[in-house]
Design a protein around this ligand. Structure first.
Ligand code: PMP
Length: 359
């Protein structure tokens, strides 16, 4: 037997494995998970019924074209089916977009800090990551991002609202940015948290995409629709991009359970968006209480808040865990706290108040 290991791509050296949010400790007195921007509500009974019905055919491959879901999405958003592509979560679609556009020698621009999958999937594609710092107010610096475009730029991620800061860019600045980006560079508007946006000046990417062939919009069923465990997301983009996505997608990457649950969720959208409304009320409550306690909290349009704690990040995360809520620390930078059930948010607020007094 040979002593050497299989040759792996050198580009993988130093790329971290995606780190999921820490689960709530099993067996603890109370344990709430506020670390992955999930929806605290369980699936609607009607959605579960459809999942259970679909499970009866698990011996079969799913419908690879996701026909039912594509038709439902096309109706819901007023776009042609040919402008849609589904994938294994929106992160799966983002990875397909990179495969379709970018490779060694190419450049991919995104803000930093932003969604932590961007550097991983960009570097896996072989392209060079160009990270543009957020402004002091933790918002995308769109002028600097447009300045960073070169002849090698193939794709730009704009995470709107941004994970982990919750901040969102508004219509006028986003349109000015899109006008500056060359039309052969794909701009990906990652709108994983779109349904939580309440600032009316934050544009709906699906409206922006309509007359811009170089814009792709990413959406997911993981957050507002509460289906994170089923892994289904989609892109809206003009035909050449959507067709490329269908080529690069993992075959059968969206299970029939996921497809049927997504269709059932779109049909029960009023109820699900009502839950989103309750979460937005909780977000306002948490945000205002934190500000009253003296914290500086960037305006959030997503289902989480961001506390820039610097060196105290790990200490605050540990205090939260001791109190029964698990949050998401980014070492040395800050803490992302998902808005959860009211009891969980109360624990978080009590912990934050006690911690604040010690600062
Ligand atoms: N985009 C952003 C900005 C996210 O925060 C997330 C999930 N944390 C995703 C995409 C991926 O979501 P999913 O793959 O579950 O659709």
């Amino acid at each position: 037997m040979s002593e050497t290991n299989p040759k792996l791509r050198a580009v993988l050296d130093g790329i971290p494995t995606y780190k999921p949010g820490k689960p709530a400790a099993a067996g603890g007195p109370v344990a709430y998970k506020l670390s992955s921007n999930e929806n605290p509500y369980p699936p609607l009974p009607g959605v579960l019924d459809d999942v259970i019905a679909a499970a009866g055919s698990l011996n079969r491959y799913p419908d690879m074209a996701c026909t039912g879901l594509m038709n439902e999405l096309a109706n819901r958003f007023g776009v042609p089916v040919s402008h849609l592509a589904t994938g294994t979560g929106s992160v799966g679609v983002a990875q397909s977009l990179l495969q379709a556009t970018s490779g060694p020698g190419d450049e991919v621009i995104y803000a930093w800090r932003s969604f932590e999958a961007y550097p991983i999937i960009t570097r896996i594609s072989g392209a060079t990551a160009v990270e543009v710092p957020l402004t002091d107010g933790d918002v995308h610096d769109l002028d600097a991002m447009a300045d960073a475009v070169t002849g090698r730029t193939r794709l730009i991620f704009v995470c709107n609202p941004n994970n982990p800061t919750g901040t969102a860019v508004r219509g006028a600045e986003l349109e000015r940015f899109l006008d500056r980006v060359p039309s052969d560079v794909l701009v990906v508007l990652d709108e994983a948290y779109r349904e939580f946006v309440r600032d009316e000046e934050v544009p709906d990417g699906i409206e922006l995409y309509r007359d811009r062939p170089n814009v792709a919009v990413l959406r997911t069923f993981s957050k507002a629709y509460g289906l994170a465990g089923l892994r289904v997301g989609f892109a809206v983009a003009h035909e050449p991009v959507a067709a490329a996505l269908r080529k690069t997608a993992v075959p059968f990457g969206v299970s029939q359970l996921a497809q049927d649950a997504a269709v059932a969720s779109l049909r029960a959208e009023d109820e699900l968006l009502g839950r989103v409304g309750s979460l937005v009320c909780e977000r306002t409550r948490v945000y205002e209480a934190l500000v009253k306690q003296g914290w500086t909290v960037p305006d959030t349009q997503a289902n989480f808040v961001w506390l820039r704690l610097g060196e105290r990040t790990a200490d605050f995360a540990a205090a939260c865990e001791k109190a029964g809520v698990v949050v998401r620390p980014f070492a040395g930078e800050g803490l992302r706290i998902t808005i959860g059930e009211a009891e969980a948010n109360d624990i978080l607020l009590h912990t934050a108040e006690a911690f604040r007094r010690e600062l």
